[in-house]
Design a protein around this ligand. Structure first.
Ligand SMILES: [Zn+2]
Length: 303
């Protein structure tokens, strides 16, 4: 049993990832469970969360658990309200998981968790303001100003993936049309590749093909990278951050995504050449950022 450790569980569209971290933030153990699916019963997904947390708990029944969930979490961190990729609707998720695990639980939006981890331990350690964009199944976002996560009046700020970028555009799982994440996400990457190749390749396959030099896959990354830069330019115009940190599984190809994004950012921002333009950099903590951030929030208390 490790004294002072905390647990973070990230509930994403495809898997449940749990970590245990030391009091200094070092990852000590990792476990994953399949995500039962967005149409699965709520209890089944809760069971996967509890199992993943147990797998890393090292017998420490007092270790606080942070739960990182994609979608809308209320400002108090009590209710999961809505998410395109998870089944809960207006559910008192924090208290349910506290009851089922017997551990203290904090609940937070996944991008806010990842931003907290990058702020304390990662790519935003040395700046006061940053935008965090995570590109996975969809887009997650968080805004840090004066080293604090901006939550908005209801805790719902940072849902950048569902800003409409194309009026009457592609249908989104959230029920709207033309959302940014329909043009810049793992799903978008698969769609663009399918149109070009005439057959399906899943996101990780397209990433491997691009890293191996495949032209179609590289062009698909250039397309979604351009959409990334265009969307980021709007956010930079609104918030003027010092740095833009890009994480999530889709960003693992690095500059194949980020170089077209940087050039679209420059081309879509007012007054370039006469103003500072924020660096657009990869996240430092990789695919565990959400779970690590959740564990750090469990350690520190939700600010
Ligand atoms: Zn949407």
């Amino acid at each position: 049993m490790s004294a002072g450790s905390s647990i973070g569980v990230d509930v994403g569209g495809t898997k449940v990832l749990a970590v245990r971290i030391s009091v200094e933030g070092t990852v000590q153990d990792v476990a994953t469970r399949p995500m039962p699916g967005r149409s699965a019963p709520e209890a089944e997904v809760e069971h996967a969360v509890v199992e993943a947390a147990r797998a890393v708990s090292d017998g420490d029944g007092a270790a606080p658990i942070g739960v990182s969930a994609a979608g809308l979490v209320d400002r108090a961190g009590e209710h999961y309200l809505f998410g395109a990729h998870l089944p809960w609707r207006d559910a008192p998720l924090r208290s349910r998981l506290a009851e089922q695990t017997g551990h203290p639980v904090v609940l937070e939006n996944d991008a806010n968790c990842a931003a907290y981890a990058e702020l304390l331990l990662g790519a935003a350690r040395d700046v006061d303001s940053a935008l965090l964009i995570t590109i996975g199944t969809g887009i997650g976002g968080a805004l840090v100003l004066d080293r604090r996560i901006v939550r908005g009046a209801n805790g719902l700020a940072g849902e950048f993936g569902h800003m409409q970028v194309v009026p009457d555009g592609l249908a989104c799982e959230c029920g709207l049309r033309g959302c940014w994440e329909q043009y810049c996400s793992g799903r978008a990457l698969e769609r663009v590749t399918r149109v070009a190749l005439g057959k399906h390749r899943d996101g990780p396959e397209v990433s491997r093909m691009a890293l191996d030099g495949d032209d179609v896959a590289r062009q698909a990354f250039a397309t979604i990278g351009t959409w990334l830069g265009v969307g980021v330019a709007g956010l930079v115009s609104a918030f003027d951050p010092e740095r833009v940190v890009v994480g999530g599984g889709v960003s693992a190809v690095g500059d194949l995504l980020l170089a077209p994004a940087r050039s679209a950012l420059l081309g879509s921002l007012q007054g370039t050449g006469h103003r500072p333009v924020p660096d657009l950099v990869p996240a430092a903590l990789g695919p565990q950022a959400g779970a690590i951030g959740a564990a750090l929030l469990a350690r520190d208390g939700r600010p």
